[in-house]
Design a protein around this ligand. Structure first.
Ligand code: C2E
Ligand code: MG
Ligand code: MG
Ligand code: MG
Length: 285
């Protein structure tokens, strides 16, 4: 079919391209409307200290409820939000909502917990994230360190000089930075050497079969050693069962996060979860 290609054969291809771009436009305008009409929500997932079961911090996860009672996954609207620049406004809203939540957490007696916000690469490159965090801290009168951020490796790769400057500003103002999905992106050891990174989050693809697959185990062990020798903490994400948890505890992974410990939950359920005596579960291991 490579040879006698008639121009007419291109038509179905064009049509589907057009459909796709119309669908994208429609989706972008729905996202814009969701921002304006305040349709987004945050859920919070505890990050737990492996050795004690103590909740160390909370990760804020964006939720977009749809009319049928389910949520549209961030994985389905964040890429388009990045391409259209809408992620900048979404990101501002997420920081503001995280700050508001921290005020409520503090009132409930949990002000020691920090809230980590996911920052996409586009947002990191196009906005002064340290200033956005600083503004939120000031406006909501939070303690420094009340908000933290999670970046992926790709955030640090695009523009080395501005990424370095941004990381230094974050560090200077006491905003902790974790590297998310560690091990799956394009990384450079030079970044780990030079930048003030507080923690590495081992991607769940390595965690999923860590107790059964010697190659996954080797990678997890190496990440844990790498982090510790550089003075960073390690978090394992996507911990779904006791076998994974036992392995991570025995191997010295500082923190764990996943359905085995707690699912992401709305603020009301979070407060119930945080009531003394209900956050247990890991300490036994
Ligand atoms: P992430 O930051 O790596 O977040 C972890 C994802 O794993 C979350 O998916 C969480 O719900 C899910 N998860 C937690 N525990 C488990 C587990 O035990 N097993 C499994 N299979 N999954 C688990 P979610 O909430 O759908 O978010 C997906 C991604 O979307 C996030 O990955 C993050 O990259 C992005 N995202 C979420 N919220 C935001 C946001 O506010 N801003 C930006 N820029 N990105 C966000
Ligand atoms: Mg994250
Ligand atoms: Mg992650
Ligand atoms: Mg992820």
């Amino acid at each position: 079919h490579f040879h006698g290609e008639a121009p007419g054969l291109l038509r179905p291809f064009d049509a589907s391209m057009a459909e796709r771009s119309i669908e994208r436009l429609r989706m972008a305008s729905r996202i814009r409307q969701a921002i304006e009409q305040n349709e987004f929500m945050l859920h919070f997932q505890p990050v737990v200290e492996t050795a004690t079961g103590r909740v160390e911090k909370l990760e804020a996860l964006l939720r977009w409820p749809s009319s049928d009672g389910t949520c549209i996954s961030p994985e389905d609207f964040i890429p388009l939000s990045e391409e259209t620049g809408l992620i900048i406004d979404i990101g501002r809203w997420v920081f503001e909502e995280a700050a508001r939540t921290h005020v409520a957490l503090t009132r409930a007696g949990h002000g020691d917990l920090s809230i980590a916000v996911n920052v996409s690469a586009v947002q990191f490159q196009r906005t002064d994230v340290a200033a956005v965090v600083g503004d939120a801290i000031e406006r909501f009168e939070l303690r420094p360190g009340a908000l933290a951020i999670e970046l992926t490796e790709s955030s640090l790769m695009a523009n080395r000089r501005s990424a370095t400057a941004a990381m230094r500003r974050l560090s200077a103002q006491g905003t902790h930075v974790s590297l998310d999905d560690f091990g799956t992106g394009f990384s450079s050891m030079a970044y780990l050497r030079d930048l003030p990174i507080d923690a590495l989050k081992i991607d769940r693809v390595f965690v999923s079969d860590v107790y059964a697959n010697e190659r996954s185990a080797s990678i997890c062990r190496a990440i844990i050693t790498l982090a510790h020798t550089l003075g960073m903490a390690v978090v394992a994400e996507g911990v779904e069962n006791a076998a994974q948890l036992d392995w991570l505890a025995a191997t010295g992974c500082d923190f764990v996060q996943g359905y085995q410990l707690a699912r992401p939950m709305d603020f009301d359920r979070l407060l119930t979860f945080l009531r003394p005596g209900e956050a247990a579960g890991v300490a036994a291991h």
